[in-house]
Design a protein around this ligand. Sequence first.
Ligand code: 5GP
Ligand code: ZN
Length: 120
Amino acid sequence: MKDSNCIFCKIANGEIPSATIYEDGEFRVILDRGPATWGHALILPKEHFSDIYEIEDEVLTKAFVLAKKMAERMTEVLKCDGFNIIQNNGSPAGQTVFHFHIHLLPRYTDDGAKIGWKPN
Ligand code: 5GP
Ligand code: ZN
């Protein structure tokens, strides 16, 4: 199901060009336009789900298995020192685009990245 007003639907389905680093029948992985660290990428399902509560469990499972594979490959290629896999739901949690996505965030020693969550 495609939401005609959703920017990530258009990107995921190739209607808007993007810096794609991986694609298969169900997902596109793109570089984030405002990277928090070098190589910051986003996994987008091609189907529209607004958040983790709406996404089908089968697609969710595949998305996180893909996140693990991408983290392994990106760590090899980018030589990063650690990795955050982040998924935001709702505005108070930092979600700004309401098409489910997973952040792939390569981390480097002392990179100083602020990843937008407040533990205290
Ligand atoms: P959220 O805050 O919803 O978890 O993450 C949205 C992310 O999408 C942000 O990191 C933002 O930089 C990125 N983003 C928003 N619009 C676009 C776009 O049109 N292209 C790309 N490549 N990234 C986008
Ligand atoms: Zn969408």
